[in-house]
Ligand binder design. Structure first.
Ligand code: AMP
Length: 298
C-alpha cells in the first residue's frame, strides 16, 4: 500500500517554552528534572537579547537535556549612579527570541522575591574583582557573585554558560565556584561581534550613530594589539601605547582603563607570557563599553 504524505497524520507535540516567575516553582521544576536525571544547562542574562546571548543559548541547547535561561536585571550589581533604571528591557521580544532557539524555561524572577527586605548575605570574591572594572564599579562584582550564587541555588544547573565578553565576570564566577565548592561546570564562550567588529552588547542600544562609529575604535585597537602580538611583540607597555593612541584619537571616547593581565589572576603583566587578556573599558559619550582580547603565547 502506498501512502502519500498528505494522508499521514503525525501528532507533532507543540514545544513551548515555559515561563517561570516564582523562585519556589523554579526550584521544584529543577529538582524534578534532576530526579529524572536530566542535565540542566543554565544561561543567566539581564535580557534585551542579541546574537551574543543567543550563541550562549544555542551552545546550551547542545550541551544538556534542559536549557534554562534567567532574565533578571539585577539591581545589586549596579552602582547608585549607574544605568539600572534605564537599562534596556523588552520582554516580549526576549521571550520570542529565547523560544526561537529552543529554550525550555525562561526564569524571570521579581526583584522583590530575590531580595526581600531582610536579605543580608553578600558573596564577595576578593582578588580578581579588585582591578579592571572593579575599580570604577566597586559593588558590581559582589552583586554579580551574589545573584549568580542565588540563581545557581534556585536553578541547580549542572553546567552554566557565560560570555568571555565580560571576562572579569567569567574569571570571578570560576573563582567563586572553585572556592565555594559549587557543583557547577562553568563554560566560557567567545564574544560575538557585529560585522564591523563592535562587540555585541545590550548597551550598544544607547549609542547615537556618531558614538557607534567612535566605538569601532575599541575593536580596531584590539586588532592592532593582536597584530603586534602575532608579529612577536612581548612588551606589554608597547602594546598598551599603541592601543591608547588609537583610542585617544577618538574625541568621543574617554578611557576608563586599558590593561594587559594574566588571564587567570587578572594581575597586570609587563611581559607577555602564557595566556593573557587585554581588557579595556571606555565611555563613549555616557555609555560605558568593555571589550577584550584573550591571547595565548607559546
Ligand atoms: P548580560 O545580559 O549582559 O548580563 O549578558 C548575559 C551573558 O551574555 C553574559 O554571560 C555575557 O558575558 C554574555 N554576552 C554578552 N555579550 C556577549 C557577546 N557579544 N558575545 C557573547 N556573549 C555575550
Amino acid at each position: 500500500m502506498v501512502f502519500h504524505s498528505t494522508e499521514i497524520q503525525v501528532d507533532v507535540p507543540e514545544v513551548k517554552m515555559e515561563i517561570i516567575k516564582k523562585v519556589r516553582e523554579m526550584k521544584i521544576f529543577s529538582s524534578e528534572a534532576r530526579q529524572k536525571r536530566q542535565t540542566i544547562v543554565f544561561v543567566p542574562t539581564m535580557g534585551f537579547f542579541h546574537d551574543g546571548h543567543l550563541s550562549l543559548m544555542k551552545e546550551g541547547r547542545k550541551q544538556g537535556d534542559l536549557l534554562i535561561v534567567s532574565l533578571f536585571v539585577n539591581p545589586t550589581q549596579f552602582g547608585p549612579s549607574e544605568d539600572f533604571q534605564k537599562y534596556p528591557r523588552d520582554f516580549e521580544r526576549d521571550r520570542e527570541m529565547a523560544e526561537g532557539v529552543g529554550v525550555d524555561v525562561l526564569f524571570v524572577p521579581e526583584a522583590s522575591e530575590m531580595y526581600p527586605v531582610d536579605h543580608q548575605t553578600i558573596v564577595r570574591v576578593e582578588k580578581v574583582t579588585q582591578g579592571l572594572c572593579g575599580k570604577s564599579r566597586p559593588v558590581h562584582f559582589q552583586g554579580v557573585a551574589t545573584v549568580v550564587t542565588m540563581l545557581f541555588n534556585i536553578v541547580m544547573p549542572h553546567l552554566a554558560i557565560f560570555g568571555q565578553k565580560d571576562f572579569q565576570q567569567l574569571v570571578t564566577i570560576r573563582q567563586m565556584v572553585k572556592d565555594l565548592c559549587m557543583d557547577v561546570e562553568v563554560v566560557g564562550m567567545p564574544t560575538l561581534r557585529e560585522v564591523d567588529g563592535l562587540a555585541m552588547s545590550s548597551r550598544n542600544f544607547y549609542l547615537r550613530p556618531e558614538e557607534r562609529q567612535a566605538a569601532l575604535s575599541l575593536y580596531r585597537s584590539l586588532k592592532k594589539a593582536k597584530d603586534l602580538l602575532q608579529k612577536g611583540e612581548r612588551q606589554a607597555e608597547k602594546i598598551l601605547k599603541e592601543i591608547m593612541e588609537i583610542l585617544l584619537s577618538e574625541p568621543l571616547i574617554q578611557i576608563d582603563y586599558v590593561q594587559i593581565c594574566n588571564a587567570s589572576t587578572l594581575e597586570d603583566i609587563h611581559e607577555i607570557q602564557g595566556e593573557v587578556v587585554i581588557a579595556l573599558a571606555v565611555y563613549v559619550g555616557r555609555t560605558r563599553l568593555i571589550d577584550n582580547l584573550v591571547y595565548r603565547s607559546y
